[in-house]
Write a protein that binds this ligand. Structure first.
Ligand code: HEM
Ligand code: HEM
Length: 123
């Protein structure tokens, strides 16, 4: 939970960075539908990460300790709502795992088969 709490801070910074950075130019030779699909999946990954982090935080009843240093308060006592949020947490984690698997397969395909140096775009 403490490690995931660090991600709660980093994730909004990453989203801000997405909007202020200069986007890499579109990969040469990729058809429009592939670019649309890639952008769609990337956006879905962002939304899913948000769902994982928000549900994870909100489902914890009665707060928790951040690396034993400070007490973090959470809004809901244990009950039907926190149970529902756990279901959302599980489902969004599973979805994220599937999307990341698809994402890594796409990178392998581009790097090794299409050989268009997609990895460079992570820099
Ligand atoms: C990228 C962020 C996160 C990932 C990948 C993640 C992943 C997971 C996974 C895979 C489980 C096991 C689900 C199951 O048992 O089926 C889990 C459970 C749990 N997560 Fe997260 N989580 C994240 C963020 C958070 C956050 C932000 C919190 C709270 C601050 C949190 C609190 C918990 C707790 C308390 C459980 C155990 C629930 C239980 O068994 O009763 N998670 N998480
Ligand atoms: C072996 C692991 C990974 C590799 C090699 C990899 C590689 C890449 C590459 C090459 C891009 C650029 C694609 C482009 O600009 O067209 C990218 C973008 C992206 N990756 Fe990954 N990735 C990995 C893991 C992950 C994981 C674990 C996540 C999320 C949990 C993730 C989320 C994203 C997102 C959201 C983008 C889009 C960024 C943007 O332009 O807004 N990646 N990745």
């Amino acid at each position: 939970m403490s490690i995931a709490t660090v991600l709660i801070v980093l994730f909004p910074l990453r989203v801000v960075w997405k909007f202020v950075r200069v986007e890499p130019r579109a990969l040469p030779g990729t058809p429009g539908w592939q670019r649309t699909l890639a952008t769609g999946i990337h956006n879905l990954i962002y939304v899913t990460i948000f769902a994982v982090l928000a549900s994870g935080f909100l489902m914890v009843p009665n707060g928790y300790s951040f690396f034993g240093l400070i007490e973090i308060h959470t809004p809901f006592p244990k009950g039907a709502l926190t149970d529902e949020l756990f279901t959302v947490h599980r489902a969004s984690c599973a979805l994220l795992a599937g999307l990341v698997a698809l994402h890594v397969l796409a990178v392998i395909k581009h790097q090794l088969i299409a050989r268009n140096d997609v990895l460079r775009r992570m820099l």
